[in-house]
Design a protein around this ligand. Structure first.
Ligand SMILES: NC(=O)c1ccc[n+]([C@@H]2O[C@H](COP(=O)([O-])OP(=O)(O)OC[C@H]3O[C@@H](n4cnc5c(N)ncnc54)[C@H](OP(=O)(O)O)[C@@H]3O)[C@@H](O)[C@H]2O)c1
Length: 247
């Protein structure tokens, strides 16, 4: 088993056939690009996000291409323990199980010194980037455990891997997510059907990126599609057995 996807990895068209995957932040950016690619490679995709119109547009695109998708609108900033329980219950009822989760949703306001982080930004960063990623994984775990091969991927970022100044609440939550993924992987290593990894996609031309780099020209950063191949590999069977790793 290679520890990472081969250079120029080109996923086979049926890579994700039969897989039921939940993707947060599926209405835009990396989540959207990955949802479209997962459906195109045979997965049934549960599109979770905040803005219904964006989710509907992704749903329509997947359906028009003959793929399978469902929409689950949810504002992760205000979601409760009970909401995550209900989400897992609905997935079990409607899909009969779950084979993977991509945690792509993120709240980011701006780069700033810690001293200047506003209370609302702090709380929303923790809610969306950390609490939601924990609670959703926690409540979906019984479903994932029943899968033969379940993959949970948390999306990381450089400020969460290196303690750099001005990463703000976002950087702190991304660092905590890296730690959390390692903890899930080591606590559950007796269950080889479960794997937990993090993936830093690098700079991508998205709404989130624009908040941090408002002066950047569009052609200076690649679109989110450029980061999708590694995610397909991580969510698919070719990375079976790979857990507790950072990509
Ligand atoms: N862009 C980069 O350069 C870069 C670099 C490294 C890592 N990342 C990571 O990549 C991931 C995807 O980010 P992106 O760049 O693709 O950003 P994006 O295009 O802004 O997408 C972020 C997604 O998160 C959703 N979201 C935000 N707050 C939410 C909430 N309260 N409830 C539910 N959904 C919520 C957004 O929904 P709405 O569209 O409805 O607001 C959007 O679909 C993030 O984890 C980010 O940290 C990005």
């Amino acid at each position: 088993m290679p520890i990472s996807p081969p250079d120029g990895y080109a996923p086979p068209p049926t890579l994700l056939s039969g897989r039921r995957l939940l993707i947060t932040g599926a209405g835009d950016g990396l989540g959207r690009a990955t949802a479209l690619a997962c459906a195109a490679h045979g997965a049934s995709v549960i599109l979770l996000g905040r803005t219904v119109a964006k989710l509907e547009a992704v749903y329509d695109q997947i359906s028009a291409a003959g793929g399978s998708a469902a929409i689950y609108p949810m504002n992760l900033a205000g979601a409760s323990w009970a909401d995550y329980f209900e989400l897992a219950t609905v997935i079990e009822r409607e899909f009969g199980g779950l084979d993977g989760v991509l945690h792509a949703a993120a709240h980011f306001k701006q780069f700033s010194p810690l001293y200047d982080v506003e209370p609302k930004d702090w709380i929303e960063s923790l809610q969306v980037n950390l609490t939601a990623a924990f609670s959703l994984t926690r409540h979906c775990l019984p479903l994932l455990t029943k899968s033969d091969d379940a993959s949970v991927v948390f999306v990381g970022d450089r400020p969460g891997r290196e303690p750099r100044p001005f990463g703000g609440a976002y950087g702190i939550t991304k660092a905590a997510v890296e730690q959390m993924a390692q903890m899930w992987a080591s606590e559950l290593k007796s269950k080889p059907q479960l794997r937990f990894n993090t993936y830093d996609p690098g700079a991508m031309r998205t709404a989130l990126r624009k908040k941090g780099y408002p002066g950047e020209l569009p052609e200076e950063t690649p679109p989110p599609d450029s980061a999708v191949a590694t995610l397909l590999w991580l969510l698919g069977p070719e990375s079976r057995g790979v857990s507790g790793q950072r990509f």
